[in-house]
Design a protein around this ligand. Structure first.
Ligand SMILES: [Zn+2]
Length: 211
């Protein structure tokens, strides 16, 4: 138990722990339901109310979460798609970070807790403007398309798309992505700049150091 829960006069989050609320692999607090079964992800999504980590399906624990983090960079750096971003709060289930195959949805605080388990600290965090604008732009487009992340995938970004099932839906998606590309970009710029200003940017580069 960390000092936050011992200090708080309210009911500790641990009171909510149970089979439906397994412990967060980053900080140990219970995970709570966030998004019901998502067809494109093949599972429901839980999130930690304390550090913000999101988990698609079941977690095998912190070693697995750390291994996933390392695949986003190496043992000294990682580029995360920030679940605590403004883009995620606006997008909800349409957030572009929720792509097929993703298992852990990191936040800076979750990463801080995870790397602390191997005696590392987050030495630097830096907003990644290009990828952040792209992700927020795609999140806005996802709210008007049947499929998910179709525009970025078409543009050759390394995001995983989930195209719509029906050909007519895919045609509408292609058309909507073209017609709304510029209006969405016009909204994206101030939105994402605001997110970055309040340390809620969409994509963050992190640098770790051993204690
Ligand atoms: Zn947590």
């Amino acid at each position: 138990m960390d000092d936050l829960t011992t200090r708080a006069p309210t009911v500790p989050l641990e009171a909510g722990a149970g089979p439906d609320n397994p412990p967060c692999p980053a900080c140990g607090e219970p995970l709570f339901g966030w998004l019901a079964d998502q067809e494109r992800l093949g599972a429901s999504v839980r999130r930690c109310e304390s550090c913000g980590l999101g988990v698609v399906g079941e977690s095998a624990g912190s070693a697995e979460a750390l291994a996933t983090l390392d695949r986003l960079g190496d043992q000294e750096r990682a580029r995360i798609v920030n679940r605590a971003s403004l883009a995620c709060s606006i997008g909800g289930a349409g957030w572009a970070g929720l792509e097929p195959g993703v298992h852990y949805l990191f936040t800076v605080e979750a990463v801080r807790r995870l790397v602390a388990q191997r005696d590392q600290v987050v030495r630097r965090r830096r907003w990644a403007p290009g990828p952040s604008f792209a992700l927020t732009w795609q999140t806005l487009l996802n709210s008007v398309t049947f499929g998910h992340n179709v525009a970025l995938a078409a543009l050759g970004h390394d995001r995983v798309a989930a195209p719509a099932d029906e050909p007519w839906q895919r045609r509408i998606d292609a058309l909507a992505s073209i017609v709304l590309a510029i209006p969405a970009a016009v909204i994206t710029v101030p939105l994402e700049l605001g997110g970055a200003l309040f340390r809620s940017g969409a994509v963050i580069d992190l640098r770790f150091e051993l204690l």
